[in-house]
Write a protein that binds this ligand. Structure first.
Ligand code: SAH
Length: 469
C-alpha cells in the first residue's frame, strides 16, 4: 500500500489553499463541503473564487506565501503552476509535519487526493497510489454506476435503528446477519425508494422475527425490463437488481448478454417458448413467481423491452398482488425506442409525424382486429410489435384505408444487437422484401414518413448508432 487511507475531519479547522485558478476552485469546493475554513493565497483569482471571497466563505490571506501563513493550519493544498512556489510551500509545510498536497506533483505531496464518490454520508475514495489518476476516474465511474444515487438514504435509515438493533441482538454475528438481510432485501429497496415508513415497518418485523426465529420472510418479485438486447441499454436499477437476485426468471426475448449480468450464482429459470413453439402458460409462470417469493427469494422477473409494453406485465402484477407478494416494476427500453435509435428513425418529427402509435400485429384466429382508419391517418408513425406474420395483411389494410403505397416501411430484426438486420421499403414492396430476407428473429415494423428520413441521408453519412466507445 503506497498511502495510508483515512477520512480526516476538517470541520471548523483551517485549510490553506495556494493558487487561484480552476484547479484551486475545485479543491476549495471540496474543503468547504467538508466544513473546513479556507484561507487562500493567490495573486489573481477566477470569478468563482472571487465570489466565494465576496460571500465571506473563503478568506484571502495574501498574494505571496510566507511560512507564517501556516500558523493554525491543519492541511495545505497547493494548486498553482509556479514550480518554485510549489516547492517552497511543500517544504515549509512538511518541516512542520503538516499534511500537504501539491496538485499533480506526488513527490512534493505528503498525501494524495483520491477520486471521490459522494453519496450523502457514504463516501468512497479511490486511489491508484498516484500512478494513474485516469484509471481512478474510470473506477469511480464504475462505482458510481453500481451505487444507487439514493444509497445515502439507506445509510441514514440504518443509523436510526443502529442502537435498537445493538440492544436487541447482542451477538455480533446475529447482528451482521440481520443487517445483511436489511441491505440485500426488500427493506433496503424500500429505503432506497424513499418509502421510509414501509421500510421501518418491515425492519421492525424482521427484528421481531430475528429475536424469535420462526417463519421465513416473504420474498419480493421485481418485474424488470431487460431492454431490446444491447446490455448497455439496461437501467442502472435493473443492473443492480440482477446483481442481487436469488433467482432470475426470463423468457426468449432476453438476450444472453443481459442474462450474463445476473449474479453468477443466481438460479436462472427459462419460461419462454419450449420445443415445438409451445409457450409456458401464463398461469404457470404466475404460480412459479408466487412460489419463489413465498420461499423467501428475491426474484427478478426479466422481460424483453419494457414489462408493460406488450409484455403481459400487468397480468403478472395482478397475480402477485392477489397472492400478497410485494412487487416492484422497473421499466426498460421498449423495442420501438431501441430500434428507432439504432436505425436513426426519429419516431416523431415536427415536419412529418406529430404522433406515434404502438400496436400489436399478433394474429388471433388468423385475423387482426385493429382500428385501421386510425392507423392509416397521415402525419403519424405506426410501430407494429409481433407483426412479422401479419405483415402482408397490415400493408394491404393500411393502403386500403388511405395510406399511399409509397409510404416508407422499415423492418428491424434483433434491433440493437450484433445480429441486427434492417429491411427498408414501402408498403407496396415490403412483403416481397421481407420474404426474401427471411427474418426469423424478433422483428419490429415501423411505418411512416420518418422512416424515409433515415434513408434520405447520403450514404457516407448513414446513421450508425453502434459505434463502439
Ligand atoms: N415488452 C417488449 C415487447 C414484447 S412483444 C418490449 O417492450 O419491447 C415481442 C415483440 O417485440 C417482437 O415480436 C418484436 O416485434 C418486438 N421486439 C422485441 N425485441 C426486439 C428487438 N430487439 N428487435 C426488434 N423487435 C423486437
Amino acid at each position: 500500500m503506497q498511502h495510508f487511507p483515512l477520512f480526516l475531519s476538517l470541520r471548523d479547522r483551517r485549510a490553506l489553499v495556494v493558487g487561484g485558478g480552476e484547479s484551486a476552485a475545485r479543491k476549495i469546493e471540496l474543503l468547504l463541503q467538508a466544513g473546513a475554513q479556507v484561507a487562500l493565497i493567490a495573486d489573481t483569482v477566477i470569478g468563482e473564487i472571487a465570489q466565494l471571497i465576496a460571500d465571506g466563505r473563503v478568506a484571502w490571506a495574501g498574494h505571496s506565501f510566507d511560512s507564517g501563513d501556516l500558523d493554525g493550519i491543519s492541511l495545505v493544498i497547493v494548486a498553482t503552476d509556479d514550480g518554485a512556489l510549489q516547492a517552497r510551500v511543500s517544504h515549509a509545510a512538511q518541516s512542520r509535519c503538516l499534511p500537504v498536497n501539491v496538485v499533480d506533483r506526488p513527490k512534493l505531496s505528503s498525501f494524495i487526493m483520491p477520486a471521490i464518490v459522494d453519496r450523502g454520508p457514504i463516501t468512497v475514495a479511490i486511489s491508484t497510489g498516484g500512478t494513474a489518476p485516469a484509471l481512478a476516474r474510470k473506477l469511480r465511474a464504475e462505482i458510481e454506476r453500481a451505487l444507487p444515487a439514493t444509497i445515502g438514504r439507506l445509510a441514514r435509515f440504518a443509523e436510526i435503528f443502529r442502537d435498537q438493533v445493538r440492544r436487541t441482538l447482542r451477538e455480533p454475528r446475529a447482528r451482521r446477519r440481520f443487517w445483511d438481510r436489511v441491505f440485500a432485501g426488500r427493506i433496503g429497496e424500500l429505503a432506497l425508494a424513499g418509502d421510509e415508513i414501509g421500510a421501518r415497518r418491515e425492519l421492525i418485523r424482521l427484528l421481531d422475527g430475528a429475536r424469535s426465529p420462526a417463519q421465513p420472510q416473504a420474498g419480493i418479485v421485481h418485474l424488470v425490463g431487460a431492454g431490446p438486447g444491447d446490455a448497455d441499454l439496461l437501467t442502472l436499477k435493473a443492473h443492480r437488481l440482477l446483481q442481487r437476485a436469488d433467482v432470475v426468471v426470463y423468457d426468449r426475448l432476453v438476450s444472453a448478454e443481459v442474462l450474463a449480468m445476473a449474479r453468477r450464482d443466481a438460479e436462472r429459470i427459462y419460461v419462454g417458448k419450449r420445443r415445438a413453439h409451445h409457450c409456458v402458460p401464463q398461469e404457470e409462470i404466475n404460480d412459479r413467481l408466487v412460489a419463489l417469493a413465498r420461499a423467501g427469494k428475491s426474484v427478478v422477473r426479466l422481460k424483453g423491452g419494457d414489462p408493460f409494453v406488450f409484455g403481459r406485465g400487468g397480468e403478472e402484477v395482478e397475480a402477485l398482488v392477489a397472492a400478497g407478494i410485494a412487487v416492484e416494476v422497473v421499466p426498460g427500453i421498449t423495442a420501438a425506442l431501441g430500434c428507432a435509435a439504432a436505425a436513426g428513425v426519429p419516431l416523431t418529427h415536427r415536419d412529418h409525424a406529430q404522433a406515434c402509435v404502438f400496436v400489436t400485429g399478433h394474429l388471433k384466429d388468423g385475423s387482426l382486429d385493429l382500428d385501421w382508419p386510425m392507423l392509416a391517418r397521415p402525419r403519424q408513425t405506426v410501430v407494429i410489435y409481433m407483426g412479422a406474420g401479419s405483415l402482408p395483411l397490415i400493408a394491404r389494410k393500411l393502403v386500403q384505408h388511405g395510406l399511399p403505397a409509397t409510404t416508407p416501411v422499415a423492418l428491424i430484426e434483433n434491433g440493437t444487437t450484433d445480429r441486427e438486420r434492417r429491411v427498408v421499403g414501402t408498403l407496396a414492396t415490403i412483403e416481397r422484401q421481407a420474404a426474401e430476407a427471411d427474418l426469423t428473429g424478433p422483428t419490429l415494423c415501423m411505418v411512416g414518413e420518418v422512416v424515409g428520413i433515415a434513408l434520405e441521408k447520403p450514404r457516407e453519412f448513414r446513421f450508425e448508432s453502434r459505434i463502439g466507445l
